[in-house]
Write a protein that binds this ligand. Sequence first.
Ligand code: AGP
Length: 610
Amino acid sequence: MCGIVAAVAQRQVAPILLEGLSRLEYRGYDSCGLCTVNQHEFTCLKTVEKVTALKAMVQKQGCPGTTGIAHTRWATHGEPSVTNAHPHIIGDLALVHNGIIENFAELKNALIAEGYEFKSQTDTEVLLAEIHFLAVKKGLPLKTAFAKALRNVKGSYAIALVDRKNPETLLCARQGSPFVIGLGIEENFVASDVLALLPVTHRFIYPEEGSIAEITVSSVKVFDLNLNERKTEICESDLDAESISKGKYRHFMQKEIFEQPQALEHTSLGRICDGTVDLSSVRGFTADFLKNIENIKIVACGTSYHAGLVGKYWFEELAGISSSVEIASEYRYRKAVVKPHSLFITISQSGETADTLASLRLAQNQGYEASLCICNVAASSLVRESDYAMLTRAGAEIGVASTKAFTTQLLCLLLLSTYLGTVQKKINDTQCNEICNAISELPNAASEVLECDHRIALLAERFAGKHHCLFLGRGIMYPIALEGALKLKEISYIHAEGYAAGELKHGPIALIDENMPVVVVAPDNELLGKLESNIEEVRARGGKLFVFSQGKTNLKSDSQTEIIALPASNPVLHPILFTLPLQLLAYYCALINGTDVDQPRNLAKSVTVE
Ligand code: AGP
């Protein structure tokens, strides 16, 4: 979603702001802008093009100043346009904002009655006008007006404000949207995430929800919304600036697909010990970690939700724990009945997804035994607010399409369900040993599967010109079919749906014809025979089939059916390993369709508004 960067320094800040914006591009945006202050004058440049266009504008027109704020906007209120792009300026004040002001209409009417006129359709300009009204018309000191305005608004925000009369101070705040403060030497910064600031600092403060920060070149003070000062902790980031370079790859998504063997190795590092699962690295772990759990509720969005669906199969099969999975945007608005001894699990790459976070906060008052998150970002709100946190350790994921975050989430779920299976004595030592051995072989098995890269690139050509596609799977592979369909639609814009293969004849079979490719995930498992019957149903109706199998299938390749054989593997690894070719298929289809692979239209990496 929107990204903010702000800097107060003794050097020119435009290059820092622009570099920061480039590093936030992955979050998804439709316009961008920056504003600097020089000799008490603003220079404000905005565009509905990419950050490179903004860089060109800065080069041509200049953007002097040692204090500045910058923004990538993902439209919520008002179309993507230069007028709606941030920063917004009223009088001496300029503001950038990530989030949504829910009571903006009410505030706007009151401000119009006070004589304010609005140029844009944004909720952000209303928030700025509210601050301006309290500071200029009501005569409050700016910091007091800023805090009072924030107490008057409902919604979520991460904001940075600069006053051209006093450009030595940046005022920032967060509620429901993320931001970090980066500490430099005689210069300080703010950004939506650490990746934006890695070229200038590795020292960060992560302000809590409902924080206001007053930042100058030499000081950072953090307050609550009533301006009581809060203690802060400085954290060192071990990410390096290079972690967000594409290296030898054409796209981040491609790089991240091929990073999976290594990422999976990191996920299991120290978590497999002498044939057993060791989860002492989970934050909050104690000797009787999750001993009394009898039910599990998993809540997540998008790809992370699909990981949760796979997790349900494992929790029930390996640990005998009744589990259910829900989409966070649904869970947060219904009255859930919580069974005794229930564990609440959230899954999220970013740890900042608004609906997932809201569900966690709701669950904290619903009588769950504990909350556990599976997350890729150690400093995220989800990690900080959950009782237990299991990090996926996938490394920074930049491509909007989640790849290595998904497979490492799956591995965390497998580790967790195996651990619970042993604690609850549902699996014996031999079974646990076998799963641990399979997990140890996973990085190599993943590398072997990725060798199908060239084959999939050729296969993708068969999807050229297709507008619809079905993905089928059964049992634990059904969520993988859903994930394959999501990957294909989000980056290639081919309409794709995932179905439980047994459900085909209850409706979707009506769609089958030669123009509707049907992708099937068909590993060697106990449901293969059933799946083959479903495949025959598609063949009988002239459908074109692409079957990912492991060679044991009775099906043969012919003009209607293409069998893509993957190496044999332990069944417990099937969901992870069969995901890889589907990611590659989506990637190559996107290349053929000429879409923006890493930043597909309308999508944001981290969905920080509901
Ligand atoms: C995945 O490819 C998507 N871009 C999206 O569905 C994503 O998984 C979803 O927005 C949830 O994000 P999170 O994992 O950061 O919570």
